[in-house]
Design a protein around this ligand. Structure first.
Ligand SMILES: [Zn+2]
Ligand SMILES: [Zn+2]
Length: 215
């Protein structure tokens, strides 16, 4: 039996101006498709912050919790710093505060070297979406897969996180983040449907590759 939860509505908060509001909306719509039934609505918001190059990840989650409350995803163009010794150079591309329902994503290391074409922009947006899927997955209780785990459509499950400790950022983003699909593996799907009312959302009328959740 699925319970209705406080997590079914998601605030998506932009910090800084790296992506447009319409792109933010697109990320929200894709999240709704990938978490079909588990997340039912999103609200877009903007958080004003002074121009900073980097910000403490945990502090940011606490500020967002105070300002917006509830289930929240922050997307910032600032570098996210952490005390975590495991994280490369003490910065992270995404993180979740285990004491509230707030996750944050930094676009800083997800940008291609330069954005010179529509293709570069799409690549960056895809990366932001895939890291967002991973962090919101944590908010819903999913845990990292230390190995490669695949969804039925052949893409890496968004919770796959193999080799983070030995790959550099660039290699990690290119091999792991870019290799992820938008659909979860069977174990994650089962967890989401048992605890959060997730339902597979395959639209077979769409050509393969454009289907949000092949399953
Ligand atoms: Zn993780
Ligand atoms: Zn999985």
């Amino acid at each position: 039996m699925a319970m209705r939860s406080r997590l079914e509505e998601l605030n998506i908060v932009r910090i800084g101006t790296v992506i447009s509001y319409s792109s933010l909306r697109e990320i929200g719509e894709r999240l709704l498709e990938s978490f079909h039934g588990a997340i039912r609505a999103f609200h877009l918001a903007h958080h004003d912050s002074p121009m900073v190059g980097s910000i403490d990840a945990q502090l940011l989650t606490m500020v967002l919790e105070l300002e917006f409350g509830g289930h929240t995803l922050g997307i910032t163009d600032a570098e996210l710093k952490t005390e975590d010794r495991d994280a490369f150079y003490h910065t992270i591309i995404g993180g979740k505060n285990p004491r509230n329902d707030v996750a944050v994503v930094s676009t800083r290391k997800l940008c291609p070297e330069r954005i010179g074409s529509d293709r570069d922009y799409r690549l960056m947006m895809g990366r932001i979406l895939k890291v967002a899927l991973h962090e919101v997955g944590h908010n819903l209780g999913l845990t990292d897969h230390p190995e490669q785990r695949f969804a039925r459509n052949g893409g890496l499950c968004p919770m796959s996180r193999p080799g983070f400790e030995r790959l550099g950022y660039r290699a990690y983003v290119r091999t792991v983040v870019d290799g992820r699909g938008l659909s979860f593996c069977d174990d994650c799907s089962r967890f989401l449907s048992m605890l959060h009312g997730y339902r597979c959302n395959t639209d077979w009328t769409k050509p393969a590759g454009l289907r949000p959740s092949d399953c």
